[in-house]
Ligand binder design. Structure first.
Ligand code: NAD
Ligand code: UDP
Ligand code: UDP
Length: 315
């Protein structure tokens, strides 16, 4: 009989931006990684460096369909994260979050694997309390253009807690706030990738609205540390736990910083703000600090410099 010694992990959405960094870190830490992705918003290039490793496998599969494998841990990241991608096929976005969660929870229930859900700060919607703590229930429009993502992720959280209570599945929920870094797709539509590409090409920087809305940006390496720490917690730790960088900044300031870092000649252009765009966002990370001993270490300016190097190569 073959005895498995390495820990094995299934990473859904593993060829996306965050997923590819997570797969790399897991392979480097002697974990057998099964990367599942339908390439809806991810790219094979993101995992090309892993394909020669005997401890890495890629499976092209859509999580909305059942999937059978034997693993110790499941990181459920499959879901387009950028508004332009998740609004392109909103019905599929909700299916990915809801049917995908059911299938992965079914797999965890059958195998006894631990399962972590990549939830989002979007569960707080356009928040009325600031900074956002985990016990805030949110202010989400259930019928707007962001709802397919926000409500899909909220329903996935419900499923995670119910599989935990009803079937004793070892579930963990993290609520990820805006994350950035190398391997963001240049046409992804998110603010850091848009501004980077525009600045490097000396094109107008498109600020939506007046740029006074805020976000708090976490570098991807810091986030991956937290995902792995969360998975390693005791089975009694289910979350939800906020993960993000509490350093808040306006979008106008982000534009200025990126123009300075890239020494760009770009001008700023102001365009209409999309519907339901949250005005403020900043995580309260006291729970992550206490339960995981984690807080992000990289400052935005340094993270943006490393990200700019990636985009310079890429475009
Ligand atoms: P991404 O779009 O780069 O990655 C998502 C991956 O999931 C892609 O590779 C995509 O092809 C895959 N995918 C989508 N639908 C699928 C399906 N039905 N079946 C299989 N694979 C599918 O986005 P990301 O930024 O890497 O986000 C990863 C996860 O983290 C997502 O669940 C997202 O909601 C969450 N998250 C990200 C952020 C952020 O700022 N990047 C913030 C909050 C939450
Ligand atoms: N499932 C899966 N992989 C598995 C086990 C289950 O994809 O290894 C799917 C299964 O097809 C089902 C879903 O997960 O649709 C939920 O499984 P569960 O056992 O909770 O529900 P049931 O099969 O009883 O409907
Ligand atoms: N944004 C912007 N210009 C862009 C892209 C985004 O001003 O080219 C703004 C957007 O309106 C939002 C913020 O930047 O207020 C963050 O947008 P992103 O899509 O990156 O993340 P999310 O809105 O999901 O937090």
């Amino acid at each position: 009989m073959k005895i498995r010694t390495r820990k094995s992990a299934l990473v859904t959405g593993g060829s996306g931006f965050i997923g590819s960094h997570l797969c790399t870190r897991l392979v480097d830490s002697d974990c057998d990684v099964l990367c599942l992705d339908n390439l809806y918003s991810g790219e094979k290039d993101n995992i090309a460096h892993l394909l020669d490793s005997p401890y890495f496998e890629f499976v092209r599969h859509d999580v909305t369909f059942p999937f059978y494998a034997e693993v110790d841990e499941i990181y459920n990241l499959a879901c387009p994260a950028s508004p332009i991608h998740y609004q392109r096929d909103p019905v599929q976005t909700t299916k990915t979050s809801v049917h995908g969660a059911i299938n992965m929870l079914g797999l965890a229930k059958r195998t006894g694997a631990k399962i972590l859900q990549a939830s989002t700060s979007e569960v707080y919607g356009d928040p009325e309390i600031h900074p956002q703590t985990e016990n805030y229930w949110g202010n989400v429009n259930p019928i707007g253009i962001r709802s397919c993502y926000d409500e899909g992720k909220r329903c996935a959280e419900t499923l995670f807690m119910d599989y935990h209570r009803q079937h004793e599945v070892k579930t963990k929920i993290v609520r990820i706030f805006n994350t950035y870094g190398p391997r963001m797709h240049p046409n992804d539509g998110r603010v850091i990738s848009n501004f980077m590409v525009q600045a490097l090409q000396n094109k107008d920087i498109t600020i939506y609205g007046d740029g006074s809305q805020t976000r708090s940006f976490c570098y991807v390496d810091d986030l991956v540390d937290a995902l792995i720490s969360m998975m390693a917690t005791d089975d009694s730790v289910t979350g939800p736990i906020n993960l993000g960088n509490p350093s808040e900044i306006t979008i106008a300031e982000v534009a200025k910083m990126i123009v300075a870092i890239t020494q760009s000649k770009s001008n700023i252009s102001y365009v209409d703000i999309p519907l339901d765009d949250p005005k403020r966002r900043k995580p309260d990370i006291a729970t992550a600090q206490k339960m995981l001993g984690w807080s992000p270490s990289l400052e935005l300016e340094n993270g943006l410099k490393m990200t700019a190097e990636y985009f310079k190569e890429r475009i």
